[in-house]
Design a binder for this molecule. Structure first.
Ligand code: ADP
Length: 366
């Protein structure tokens, strides 16, 4: 947020107004004194001779915000005079201050008689409004950026909890005095697999913040060779959460062009969401592969609580989340980005009965 000293002066008088204001009544205020409060009638306007005046208003969060600080030669309090409405801000002497006060009627008479004065005032208003608009646009942009950073931090914590817990457990097992060589080897494998996963997640997050449309690196692979070990890995990971992974048919041995790490991420995101939607034991996730003319359709179906109507229309939008304490709403938007970067698309289908069904396509060949 800007410091008060960065704020534009409230208004600097054109020479005409300055000369005329000199005929105003001299009013002195001790440091801290209230010159007028919001809501008071707009009985006149002030020109600062010496000292400083702070103009504040209570905005949104109930905190008084400094709109401007006014020094010698500046004027304030003209708005309520011109639009005949109560004061919209508070004015307070920042230090011992001397002002010249011009009553409402006197000011209006002067404006009538001297159009040049009105022009001076209008110019000053537009300059002031522009400066104030810019200040608030800057503040809003900054607040939005901070909110996004906060959400990313939330995502990292949320998504990293699982692999970190697995690493912790494996390290503990490997470090036990009576652990055997095969047990240590298994722990080492687990740790390195989870570290790879964390690295992939970090890359994905970095990618999410990167502008899209960049060239992606895809490699031709046999889909079965990619999918079979991944399905095993996923099944192992979700087993402790009492959820089973079912593959009614083996993954087809078809050629597809993929970025293996990113496509794994897509599967993990869909599966983790499905697990989140399961109340407890008895959860089932079914993976199906349907070869169509030009693409392979992959279905991820669960028997969880189903997609809430509140979120159905914006599932794939970033930050759309519903019914989760730690949801960030990034998971499905990342899925969409990955599917589209592979030349495919992703959607959710209504399902009779309970549960959710997510489908995405991958172009065949390559
Ligand atoms: P997050 O999981 O962080 O909320 P996502 O983008 O991954 O973000 O998901 C958005 C929302 O979609 C979730 O909050 C949830 O309400 C809904 N959703 C996603 N997958 C499922 C599912 N398998 N079953 C029910 N609801 C789901």
């Amino acid at each position: 947020m800007s410091k008060p000293s960065d704020l534009p002066p409230a208004g600097h008088l054109g020479t005409e107004i300055a000369a005329l204001a000199a005929s105003g009544e001299r009013k002195s205020f001790k440091a801290g004194a209230v010159i007028f409060a919001a809501g008071a009638p707009g009985d006149g306007f002030y020109v600062v001779q010496s000292g400083a005046v702070r103009l504040t208003a209570v905005v949104g969060d109930n905190q008084p915000r400094v709109l401007a600080t006014v020094g010698p030669g500046d004027f304030f309090g003209e708005m309520a005079v011109l639009d005949d409405a109560p004061r919209s801000a508070n004015a307070e002497a920042e230090k011992d201050t001397v002002t010249l006060f011009l009553g409402r009627d006197a000011l209006l008479r002067l404006l009538d008689a001297r159009p040049r004065l009105a022009l001076d005032l209008i110019r000053e208003f537009s300059r002031r409004m522009r400066a104030l608009n810019q200040k608030y646009v800057d503040e809003i942009l900054q607040a939005e950026r901070l909110a996004v950073v906060g959400r990313f931090a939330g995502t990292i914590v949320h998504d990293f909890k699982n692999p970190l817990a697995v690493i912790g457990l494996a390290a503990e097992l490997a470090g036990m005095a009576d652990s055997t060589t095969p047990q240590r080897a298994k722990a080492e494998q687990t740790i390195s697999r989870q570290i790879k996963r964390i690295t992939a997640m970090l890359q994905e997050l970095i990618e999410f913040t990167r502008p899209s449309g960049q060239k992606k690196l895809l490699h031709s692979v046999n889909f079965a060779e990619f999918m079979t070990p991944l399905a095993d890995e996923i099944a192992t990971e979700i087993a402790p959460r009492q959820v089973k992974l079912l593959l009614p048919a083996a993954p087809p041995a078809l050629s597809v062009k993929i970025d293996a790490q990113r496509l794994s991420r897509l599967f993990y995101n869909l599966v983790n969401n499905a697990v989140d939607a399961m109340a407890g034991a008895g959860g089932k996730i079914t993976l199906r592969f349907v070869a169509e003319s030009a693409h392979l359709r992959i279905e991820v179906e669960d028997n969880g609580k189903g997609i809430a109507p509140e979120i159905a229309q914006k599932l794939f939008e970033p930050f759309a989340t519903h019914g989760k304490a730690n949801g960030t709403g990034l998971g499905l938007s990342i899925c969409r980005k990955i599917a589209e970067d592979h030349g495919g698309r992703i959607w959710a289908e209504g399902k009779r009965g309970r549960g959710a069904l997510f489908c995405f396509t991958l172009p065949l060949g390559g």
